[in-house]
Design a protein around this ligand. Sequence first.
Ligand SMILES: Cc1cc2nc3c(=O)[nH]c(=O)nc-3n(C[C@H](O)[C@H](O)[C@H](O)COP(=O)(O)OP(=O)(O)OC[C@H]3O[C@@H](n4cnc5c(N)ncnc54)[C@H](O)[C@@H]3O)c2cc1C
Length: 383
Amino acid sequence: MNVVTRNKGGYFKLIIIGGGYAGLSALITLRKQAPDAEITLIDPRADHLIITRLHETVHCPLNNIRVPYSLLAKRFNFIHKQHAIQFDENLIKEWELSKVIQIDEESISFDYLLITTGSLPIQSIIEPDVYDLNIIGQQGFAPILEQFIASAETHEKTINIIGAGPTGIQFAFELAHVLLTCHRDYRLNLIEGSDTLMGSFPVAISHYIEKRLFEKQISVLKSQFYKGKQDHKILFENSHSGDKSRLASDLTLLLLGKKPKLLLHANSSGQVILDHKVLRHIFTAGDCSYYDDFGSNLMTSQSALRKGKAAANNILREACILRFCLPYMHQEIGYLISLGPSDAVGWIGNKKAIITGLTAFTAKEVIEAQYDLLLKGINTYIL
Ligand SMILES: Cc1cc2nc3c(=O)[nH]c(=O)nc-3n(C[C@H](O)[C@H](O)[C@H](O)COP(=O)(O)OP(=O)(O)OC[C@H]3O[C@@H](n4cnc5c(N)ncnc54)[C@H](O)[C@@H]3O)c2cc1C
């Protein structure tokens, strides 16, 4: 990024709502350039969750992918308020005028506000033996699986994963590996509402995944929409014929993806646009943002990190700490999907450059390590 420093260390007050990938990437960028800025992070959780590793909780404790905000607050010198802020477009407009956020009895003033509240699981129905991203994110999957394996019944059990996106696929391979290691009889089904697996990815990626699923004896059911659960059966509707069917299910994972509660439009500096007006003091980044001009708006950690960094640099420019910086122009530079403990598939550089096996697995580990380093204060992101 092309930047020239004008007033290093300048004082201003910043509030960040949401301490995920975008919020922390912005915070770390800002802290480096503005050591005297007063930064408050508001997030209802006690820990930052490295959600791109969530599938690893099939065999690892959740603590492996949690980083306490208290630790990050000491490392990057900010105040963490453990609170969920409820807001809508009208409140955002009020914030732009008042520059004050109310948390219970406390009023916190700001010069700049960054909203990075991410997205929410698409469907959250709490039913017995059905687990969604919220529950897995709170408990990890290992305790759920341990209980499932320990239950006394001897008949072959069925696990259904609803949603064959990257998350569903990653969970399927981790589960297949753990259940094989435990020598358990099980039936593992991956159920998808559309007609193709990973339709938005290059066809070579879906072919590789289908081959590996077959080898691991994971059955794939396509064109089936999940309609709920009754007793020990899950209910489906065929997306073409409308035919209804039922399938035995002892354990159901509902991994239908996420979408933002409120999607905020922004200019290429990350400033929120409401009613065609740019709000100069309110920025957004990550899954809850859509930048109208350039750059990738995909809901990926890579875009969230880059939008966070771009928004941070533009806040620094508004605060007269940087003289200028480039608008957000990031394009995806790759995507890798883990297929168990030593296999992965994806593309790097361009969508024709497909990598598989140990090479892809190692590349994915490097990307995760890069993020771990960022949280430790070492920024290795060049692009
Ligand atoms: C299981 C899973 C695996 C994934 N794997 C990959 C991958 O391998 N590669 C990839 O590129 N992308 C992956 N993604 C997508 C990626 O994780 C998201 O795009 C990324 O997390 C978005 O970052 P964010 O900062 O916008 O939101 P998040 O990381 O979701 O953070 C949002 C934060 O805001 C907080 N928050 C929410 N509401 C409020 C509120 N009202 N008040 C205060 N705080 C609030 C939340 O507690 C959370 O800490 C994956 C997603 C999931 C769910």
